[in-house]
Design a protein. Structure first.
Length: 181
């Protein structure tokens, strides 16, 4: 069904997919699967960061400032894609209430459907996967256990009261439960 928002036609068939999970919980694996759907675009924060800010991310503060710039840059673009009927999969960590508010602003501005995919994976499993990922050399960023612990202190699991259509996965990537807002 098509409708207009601010004089611009939009298609309600688009879906904004967001992911929430600790480092090495499997967010990129889930987003890669989601991005195989027709008329779907994948945007990866890690790819943008590695390309735009090579060798500039050394502290949590560096990360926060750079990702804020990327979100500001992409907001209108993401909304345009959604309004045009293209689903968008954001491989960005929606791990805090503030970042999830940004995600909500994206789908609310366009009036499209959304899903927040939450990977509920223990620290132990994430750290094990992180070690393997670091050894493989295939990821653009290396993260130590100390950095994992520092970043994970800010992790806030999504709450039903935040109003998302929530899909919760276990450590194997299997859907454990779903809750609509």
């Amino acid at each position: 069904m098509n409708r207009e928002i601010n004089g611009v036609a939009c298609c309600n068939t688009a879906v904004l997919h967001m992911v929430c999970g600790k480092i090495a919980s499997g967010k990129s694996s889930i987003t890669a699967r989601l991005a195989t759907a027709p008329r779907t675009v994948l945007l990866s924060e890690d790819e943008w960061m590695a390309c735009l800010y090579p060798d500039e991310i050394h502290t949590l503060s560096d990360y926060v400032s750079r990702t804020a710039r990327i979100r500001t840059l992409l907001t209108g673009h993401i909304q345009s894609l959604l309004a045009a009927g293209t689903s968008v999969v954001l491989d960005f960590p929606f791990n805090t209430v503030a970042v999830r508010k940004w995600g909500a602003s994206l789908f609310q501005a366009v009036g499209c459907a959304h899903r927040l995919h939450y990977l509920d994976v223990s620290d132990e499993i994430c750290k094990s996967r992180l070690k393997a990922r670091n050894l493989s050399g295939t990821h653009p960023f290396q993260t130590s256990d100390a950095q994992f612990d520092q970043i994970t202190r800010y992790f806030v699991p999504p709450a039903n009261t935040e109003g998302f259509n929530l899909i919760i996965y276990d450590a194997t990537g299997t859907v454990r439960s779903q809750a609509a807002s």
